[in-house]
Design a protein around this ligand. Structure first.
Ligand code: NAD
Length: 399
């Protein structure tokens, strides 16, 4: 079974032409990797990033198979992406590229076959274009062909915040089990969908957010804490987190001096003297080079694959609790599952129901993982894999 799971069921490589605003035609390279579907249709996000490649997409697809099994939603795992810097495209170019990518992969997609969702640099708008193009190509107008759609277009209330909320719920459960100071300090790398939403829930629930970053760098307050809601607004207006020294609803560079703040790099932010560090950007950021320098007591992996396996061993030896990605960030796919169910049944779930059902799923997954870790004296990551692999193995096809 392990040999089977090492390889994805299908790797799709596509090259597709897109006409840019200048009239020039550019060929883009995209991928969709379908890892495993023993537990249900393939499921996984679409990433737009210059570093997207087949290796990364395969790893992300495998983690989706494992994650869906940890949180026990009836999906397999997949992932897709396009090698592109979306910041360099106009809105109309982004739409044309998204539609062309969907045309290229449409024959392998479908509401009971493989269901894409948002990931890095994709959002409800991109999902809307994907669904519309799928409908054009196949004449199938099922809403459930993608998840993470706009609520006016078949999306579910609360999907946008789901990954952040799920992470917050898992962290809250963990804190009841381990010793941490009251109002723990937190550093978060990445301030997109996942980073900014978990920051908001933590801020609203008494955690002290002392460091934040995005791809252009980070900010840190040695004495004091950020007003996350004001930082979100500041980043929305200025397009970057640098300079958003917002405290008590006032964004002013003077706060930097007043609260002993300084700018930090994306490497430094992980090594700050905080209680909890949250990588929420890209993979492979905690490595052999910096694992010994991590000072936090807890690493909450909101990004997929932020810790290399060598670094994981170092963190574990040092007694740092790592909440693995396949548990910590599974709130997103869980609410995607609710959206898919809602579309299938022609229903509309209200936000309180989404939040209630998400909490039920996340708490159950945490308790199961925690119990295995205690009983078998293994890390939370190993426990999550034990739980997932048992569930996947029970569906091993007999023929
Ligand atoms: P996003 O595009 O909304 O945000 C990404 C953030 O990371 C941005 O703030 C960006 O500036 C920052 N970033 C990019 N490169 C960086 C770098 N080198 N250093 C520091 N920051 C950098 O993406 P997202 O949806 O928030 O996804 C973030 C991570 O969470 C990814 O690993 C993704 O796979 C994972 N994830 C996302 C979801 C979801 O529902 N969106 C679900 C599960 C896991």
């Amino acid at each position: 079974m392990l040999e089977l799971l090492e390889k994805p069921n299908k790797e799709i490589n596509v090259f597709f032409p897109v006409k840019l605003d200048s009239g020039k035609i550019e060929i883009f390279k995209g991928y969709r990797v379908q890892h495993n579907n023993w537990r249900g249709p393939y499921k996984g996000g679409i990433r737009y990033h210059p570093m997207v490649d087949l290796d990364e997409t395969c790893a992300l697809a495998l983690w989706m198979t494992i994650k869906c099994a940890v949180v026990d939603v009836p999906f397999g795992g997949a992932k897709g992406g396009v090698e592109v810097d979306p910041k360099k495209l106009s809105r109309s170019e982004l739409e044309s590229m998204t539609r062309a990518y969907m045309r290229a992969i449409a024959s392998d997609i479908g509401p009971t076959i493989d269901i894409p969702a948002p990931d890095v640099n994709t959002n409800a708008q991109v999902m809307g274009w994907m669904r519309s193009e799928y409908q054009k190509v196949t004449q199938d107008n099922s809403l459930g062909v993608v998840t993470g759609k706009d609520t006016r277009n078949g999306g579910i209330e609360g999907r946008e915040e789901a990954t952040g909320l799920g992470g917050y719920l898992v962290l809250s459960s963990l804190i009841r089990k381990i010793e941490l100071p009251k109002n723990p300090t937190v550093a978060i790398q990445g301030f997109g969908n996942v980073g900014s939403n978990i920051a908001k829930y933590l801020f609203e629930n008494g955690f002290r957010i002392v460091a934040l970053s995005d791809s252009r760098g980070g900010i840190y307050l040695r004495r004091g804490q950020f007003d996350v809601l004001a930082v979100r607004k500041c980043k929305e207006e200025g397009g970057r987190i640098a300079g958003c020294y917002c405290v008590n609803s006032v964004c002013d560079l003077g706060n930097k001096l007043k609260f002993d703040g300084r700018d930090v790099t994306n490497e430094e932010i992980l090594e700050l003297p905080v209680d909890i560090v949250i990588p929420a950007a890209l993979e492979n950021v905690i490595t052999m080079q910096n694992a010994a320098k991590i000072k936090a007591k807890v690493v909450l992996e909101m990004a997929n694959g932020p810790t290399t396996s060598q670094a994981d061993k170092i963190l574990s030896k040092r007694g740092i609790v790592v909440v693995p990605d396949i548990l910590a960030n599974s709130g997103g796919v869980t609410v995607s599952y609710f959206e898919w169910e809602q579309n299938k049944e022609g229903q509309k779930w209200e936000k309180p129901k989404v939040a209630r059902e998400l909490a039920r799923k996340m708490n159950k997954a945490f308790v199961e993982v925690w119990q295995i870790a205690q009983d078998q004296k293994v890390s939370l990551r190993q426990a999550a894999y034990i739980l997932a692999l048992k569930r996947i193995a029970s569906r091993l096809p007999q023929n």
